[in-house]
Design a binder for this molecule. Structure first.
Ligand SMILES: Cc1cc2nc3c(=O)[nH]c(=O)nc-3n(C[C@H](O)[C@H](O)[C@H](O)COP(=O)(O)OP(=O)(O)OC[C@H]3O[C@@H](n4cnc5c(N)ncnc54)[C@H](O)[C@@H]3O)c2cc1C
Length: 110
């Protein structure tokens, strides 16, 4: 609905290095990238200033993320909608990277 009304949807998508990043989409087909749980911290990058810019242009913005990301957004705008997913905690990207190296080493021994 947000996209059908010319709005912008922010959420978590994997980048080319398989790390989750907060991105925005304006096309219904691109929503697929945001679907599914990524069990690593999704880098918010510079999405918050982008949200502000879109809101001030009068666009509807839907921002989805873990509760601490949503907690960091100012809710002073009527055109801002947020969804915080149920989250017991998020492992850091550093841990994920270390795990990746460990798995590769393990493969060497198998
Ligand atoms: C780190 C983490 C912890 C979770 N802990 C719990 C829990 O304790 N209990 C429980 O019942 N469920 C937990 N979940 C599951 C989560 O609540 C599900 O993603 C959600 O229920 C699926 O909702 P949906 O059907 O709308 O999925 P979808 O329509 O597929 O939407 C998934 C949404 O999650 C967002 N998202 C995915 N990964 C991340 C991420 N790493 N950071 C920020 N946003 C992200 C996407 O942008 C998307 O908007 C956890 C998920 C994650 C990523």
């Amino acid at each position: 609905m947000v996209i059908e009304h010319g709005g912008v949807v922010f959420g978590s998508a994997y980048d080319e290095k398989f790390m989750p990043r907060q991105i925005y989409v304006t096309n219904i087909n691109d929503l697929q990238k945001l679907r599914g749980s990524k069990y690593v911290t999704s880098d918010t990058q510079n999405t918050f200033p982008k949200v502000k810019k879109f809101l001030e242009e009068g666009k509807i913005v839907l921002y989805t993320g873990v509760p601490c990301q949503i907690g960091g957004l100012k809710k002073d705008y009527d055109n801002l909608y947020t969804i915080d997913i149920i989250c017991h905690g998020v492992p850091s990207q550093k841990i994920f990277k270390k795990g990746e190296k460990w798995i590769k080493k393990l493969e060497f021994y198998i």
